[in-house]
Design a binder for this molecule. Structure first.
Ligand code: C5P
Length: 230
């Protein structure tokens, strides 16, 4: 059946600065980040219901940005952490009993259909899937005094992207369990799956599938889309 989607967009985007409002609602190449993110899933033939977790203060901004998305998109208010926003999004999908769900950062508008395909193909009843790229920089662990305490071998290490995909029942149960245990600091859903014993397959991500975190990420994305130079 169709694959459901949770898009988490309830962060305050503080690292990108608040002067022009939360980053998801900034325009890049003439369209908001969140509308571009939604477009990628609305246009994909395997995708069914979509839930977007937004900050309560941003609901009007979201509705204005997603005017053309229609009734396939449900809105819920997010939580204090990404993990909690995800859980609230999954809760809203529960009544639809999807077989599988993709969980995606609203701040990754450049996700492409091929990445979505690879994730969907790697999900089954017993496995989740994470798109990821091999780490190319050499990794340094910092000691409290600011010196390098260790060079971490990068062989086998990957940087995780989204969308991450899972069988719906197991990932919902894993989120509920973490919530009830008071654990709230998972930074992605693959980590929650791992903690619950759900094996997660790594599939290739895309170098374009960047998370827009900093003000300069937004500026660079806008330049790339408009072809302008500074
Ligand atoms: O802060 P970070 O860049 O890791 O956020 C990743 C995604 O999680 C963003 O799309 C952000 O809007 C979302 N998020 C959320 N609820 C929070 C914090 C972050 O939906 N409380």
């Amino acid at each position: 059946g169709p694959v459901a989607v949770v898009i988490v967009a309830a962060g305050r985007g503080e690292r990108a600065g608040q002067s022009d409002g939360p980053k998801q609602y900034r325009s890049i190449g003439g369209r908001t980040v969140i509308a571009r993110t939604l477009d990628a899933f609305l246009a994909h033939p395997d995708i069914g219901p979509i839930v977007v977790a937004v900050h309560a203060d941003d609901e009007a901004l979201f509705r204005a940005a997603a005017l053309d998305a229609g009734d396939r998109v449900m809105v819920v208010h997010g939580g204090a952490t990404r993990q909690d926003s995800t859980r609230l999004g999954l809760l809203a999908l529960k009544e639809k009993s999807p077989g599988a769900v993709l969980i995606h950062d609203g701040a990754r508008p450049f996700v492409d259909a091929e990445t979505i395909d690879r994730v969907i193909l790697a999900i089954d009843a017993g496995h989740g899937a994470v798109p990821a790229l091999p780490v190319s920089d050499t990794l340094k662990k910092e000691a409290p005094d600011g010196t390098v305490s260790e060079t971490v071998p990068r062989a086998g290490l990957h940087a995780a992207q989204t969308p991450q995909g899972f069988p719906f029942g197991p990932i919902f149960a894993a989120h509920q369990k973490a919530f009830e245990a008071g654990v709230a600091d998972f930074t992605d859903d693959a980590a929650i799956a791992e903690s619950a014993g759900i094996p997660v397959r790594i599939v290739p991500g895309s170098p374009d599938n960047l998370k827009l975190t900093w003000a300069r990420d937004i500026a660079m994305a806008d330049q790339r889309l408009t072809g302008s130079r500074t």
